[in-house]
Design a protein around this ligand. Structure first.
Ligand code: HSE
Length: 378
């Protein structure tokens, strides 16, 4: 089957190269912007790709919601299977696109949109049929894991490690999506849709790593703790809980051994128990490998079923103690189990707090021009 590739950036180049060696598949045309058709296999007409009967599948790796959404819908309506690494697209338009795919009898698969090379959504789509998924999530952003690892093990500066992650092709076109937790949030949205047929579209709690300082790293390392950006999801009555926040793990926790651009995706099945999948979560070939792997899933278990519907996330029942660094004047906003002053700042660990309460307090402090770093205590 000939596969057209939409986009020729970091992942697109990897997919195109891998197609040359993928049994049962062959390289098709590559869609690029008008004026960029500098090689015979590059084209700028999506209409021509859709009209080409030799193209059986499309790999969309251009990123962003539009024009990817228009092109994917065109391909599905033309009877082409679609595989994509585009989490922004699936989070925003996945339910509609999956419906178009069903209507036209083709597959719409997006395992590469969550976890890079880690076969998380693929396994989850099958496990959701055979078991009850009690919880899911883990470390799902390679850029921030790479950054946190380098800051903690090599004492590197935030700006330097971000630039390095961009140069290595881990970060999104706009790396704000990575460091703000938005990229990880989109991934937990997709995982909830696959596992629970519930796509959370609002009501999230999201905290990235933008507030972390070298002094924070020194302090929690002195406590024997390691920081990771973690996503959490699970059923919450008619809805799901879905949030992203930094978490501090004690030495010996498996998360502490997740290094560089690696991800650690987890789910717990009622019968299977805990399943942990680890591998490179970002980068050209790891992500391309997942796109190509999805081609072999064509005709198999769908990732987004006709039962999937939008819900508002409900995090009210999720409660943990938090490590907090705030200005001493903000002390009264928290019930600290222990705290100590550190210059103008105060650092401590709170009594257990509900996730939405912690995130709302932090938002309030920032609205007033204040500064805070917080991380859940595992
Ligand atoms: N920017 C993403 C990450 C790419 O760092 O995880 C893979 O989804």
């Amino acid at each position: 089957m000939k596969v057209a590739v939409l986009g020729f950036g970091t992942v697109g180049v990897g997919v195109y190269e891998m197609l040359a060696k993928a049994p049962g598949f062959e390289q098709g045309p590559v869609l690029v912007r008008k004026g960029k058709e500098d090689q015979p296999f590059k084209v700028s007409s999506m209409e021509a790709i859709c009209a080409d009967p030799s193209v059986g599948a499309v790999a969309e790796v251009m990123g962003g919601v539009e024009p990817a959404n228009t092109y994917v819908a065109m391909a599905l309506r033309a009877g082409k299977h679609v595989v994509t690494s585009n989490k922004a697209l699936v989070a925003a338009k996945g339910i509609e696109l999956a419906a178009i795919a069903r209507e036209h009898g083709v597959s719409f698969l997006f395992s590469a949109a969550c976890g890079g090379a880690v076969p998380f959504l693929h396994n989850l789509s099958i496990a959701a049929l055979s078991d009850t998924i009690e919880a899911l999530g883990g470390i799902l952003n390679g850029t921030t894991n790479f950054m946190l690892d380098a800051m903690q093990t090599e004492g590197k500066d935030y700006g330097d490690v971000l630039r390095q992650a961009q140069a290595l092709g881990y970060a999104e076109a706009d790396p704000t999506a990575d460091v703000s937790g938005l990229d990880a949030l989109r991934k937990i949205m997709l995982a909830c849709a696959v596992a629970y047929d519930k796509l959370p579209v609002d009501g999230f709690a999201r905290e990235g790593i933008e507030s972390i300082t070298a002094a924070d790293v020194t302090d929690f390392q002195s406590r024997g703790l390691t920081c990771r950006l973690v996503t959490s999801g699970g059923e919450a009555g008619e809805s799901v809980y879905a949030y992203v926040e930094p978490v501090l793990f004690p030495a010996g926790a498996p998360e502490c051994s997740v290094q560089k651009n690696f991800n650690m995706a987890k789910y717990r099945g009622e019968n299977a128990g805990s399943i942990v999948l680890m591998g490179q979560g970002a980068g050209r070939y790891p992500t391309a490998s997942a796109v190509v792997r999805d081609l072999y899933g064509i005709g198999g278990v769908p990732m987004m079923t006709e039962r999937c519907r939008e819900v508002i996330a409900d995090n009210a029942s999720c409660v943990h103690p938090y490590y907090v660094r705030v200005a001493a004047k903000d002390k009264a906003l928290f019930a600290f189990a222990e705290c100590r002053e550190d210059g103008e700042n105060l650092r401590g660990v709170t009594e257990p707090m509900a996730v939405p309460v912690m995130h709302a307090v932090a938002e309030g402090i920032r609205k007033e021009g204040g500064s805070i770093f917080f991380a859940a205590m595992e």
